[in-house]
Each structure stands twice: as structure tokens, then as C-alpha cells.
Design a protein around this ligand. Structure first.
Ligand code: PGA
Length: 263
């Protein structure tokens, strides 16, 4: 059907100062400039956004934030609003990363508001979901994913669901070197796609919309394992943490997505 363009996103987390970011993008851009048919994004710290938007202008690399407040403005010390990001030319925003949920108390309720606020501001949201190791061992993966998808997408209007990207990141695979097996990744991501076609879980979804939503895998992705993951039927791309900090390795992951059959 050719609807789902592969999507490779890097998540720098709290790495790289503005000058380090600038040096990095200068070495990355020539390595990915010939890549066609793949969407590439870097989710960077707030202080890097401005310089990255300038350096990436006119290139095929989109610049994303790693978090955002749901309100337009107000008494929220230390927070950044959707129009603040949109005005400086940011393309999208990572939302609900497990580190934000776990370390900074990010709730599903706030995420529902953030996803819809991002869409309203013209920012593409990447909503992260995923189970802990204990939940997987207790056979609670599907329950956890159903809950996170239902809550996170509860305020998305039907005509916008295809603009949301979902990242399945099992928490036990993040930063551990313990990548999910191909079977685990495909199973969880096809389960999420099935949730998107179930209007009882995703009111903005349905059998016609679910095949158009891109779902990424994240957790210990490297240049060595990306190809196998990207070949999986329901995996439309990868969200890359540690391996995105190195321009050579990240560009090798982008290259692995070239020619990945579109859905
Ligand atoms: P990792 O991180 O690739 O370093 O495991 C992924 C993420 O947290 O998005």
C-alpha cells in the first residue's frame, strides 16, 4: 500500500551541548543527504534545538524536542510550551519516554493532553509505550500496552491519528544492550496495531486507520541489529538512544532503512 514511510529517530537524551550538537550535525548531514524514502529525526535537548534547526535547515533531518508541557503558557516554571517549540521551527516532540514517566512522574493523563496539544501546534508527536521486565514476566505486557495506548491517544481526533507515531520501547531493553528479539518486537508491535483498529481502545482508530500509523521499536538498537528489526512486517522504524550519539553509527542505521519495503 506504500503508506508507511520508514522512520528513524535518534534520542540524544541529556547528551551534547550546543557546540557538540553543531559539530555532530555537520558530520551527520553529508552521510544521510543521499538517503531517500526514509524520514530521519533527532530528538535533542532544549538548549540544542535552536542551533540544530539552523544547521539542519533544508536537509532531510527533522529536529524534535524530547518533552513539552501541554499548556500554551502559564505558571509552570521550567517547562516549555507547544508554541515555543513551533515558533522556532521544531518538527515534532517525543512524549512519554519511559525515563520521563519513571523519573519525572509523567502521567498518562498529562500525555493525552500533550499528544493533542502537539498536534494542535503542528508538531508530530512520538508517543512512547512499553512494559517493564516484571510486567513481561507476569504476562502483563498486553494489559500495560493497552492501557498506555488507550490513555495516550484518548484525545486524538480521528483525522489526526495517522500523524501520531508510536514507539514501542520495552523498558528492559532500554540502555541495557538487551535488544528485544525479532519475535518479541513483531508480536508487541502487531498487538499495538491491532489496538489501533479497535475503536473501544482507540476511538480515533479503526481498521482503515491502523495500517497507516507508524510504529517504531526502541531499546538497544545498533547498526548491527537494525536491519533485522526493520525488516519485520509491523516495525516501521526505530527509536535509537545510545547509538544515535555517534554520527557514523546513526547514519548506518538510517542506511539500513533504505529499501525497507513500505507497508
Ligand atoms: P537505547 O535507548 O537505544 O540507548 O537503548 C533507547 C531510548 O531510550 O529511546
Amino acid at each position: 500500500m506504500g503508506m508507511r514511510v520508514p522512520f528513524i529517530a535518534g534520542n540524544w537524551k541529556m547528551h551534547k551541548t550546543a557546540s557538540e550538537a553543531e559539530a555532530h550535525i555537520e558530520s551527520l548531514l553529508p552521510q544521510v543527504s543521499d538517503v531517500h524514502g526514509v524520514d530521519v529525526a533527532l530528538c535533542v535537548p532544549f538548549t540544542d534545538l535552536h542551533v540544530m534547526v539552523g544547521s539542519a535547515a533544508g536537509s532531510n533531518v527533522a529536529i524534535y524536542a524530547q518533552n513539552m508541557h501541554e499548556e500554551q503558557a502559564g505558571a509552570f516554571t521550567g517547562e516549555i510550551s507547544p508554541p515555543m517549540l513551533a515558533e522556532i521551527g521544531i518538527d515534532g516532540v517525543l512524549l512519554g519516554h519511559s525515563e520521563r514517566r519513571r523519573l519525572f512522574g509523567e502521567t498518562d493523563r498529562a500525555l493525552a493532553a500533550k499528544v493533542s496539544a502537539a498536534l494542535d501546534a503542528g508538531l508530530r508527536p512520538i508517543l512512547c509505550v512499553g512494559e517493564t521486565e516484571a510486567e513481561r514476566e507476569a504476562q502483563e505486557t498486553e494489559r500495560r500496552l493497552r492501557h498506555q495506548v488507550r490513555e495516550g491517544l484518548s484525545r486524538v481526533p480521528s483525522h489526526r491519528l495517522a500523524d501520531v507515531v508510536i514507539a514501542y520501547e520495552p523498558i528492559w531493553a532500554i540502555g541495557t544492550g538487551n535488544v528485544a528479539s525479532a519475535q518479541q518486537a513483531q508480536e508487541a508491535i502487531s498487538f499495538i496495531r491491532a489496538l489501533l483498529s479497535d475503536k473501544a481502545v482507540a476511538p480515533s482508530g479503526g481498521p482503515d486507520v491502523a495500517p497507516t500509523v507508524r510504529i517504531l521499536y526502541g531499546g538497544s538498537v545498533t547498526a548491527g541489529n537494525a536491519s533485522e528489526l526493520l525488516r519485520l512486517e509491523d516495525v516501521d522504524g526505530v527509536l535509537v538512544g545510545g547509538a544515535s550519539l555517534d554520527a557514523d553509527e546513526f547514519s548506518a542505521i538510517v542506511a539500513a532503512a533504505v529499501g525497507t519495503p513500505e507497508a
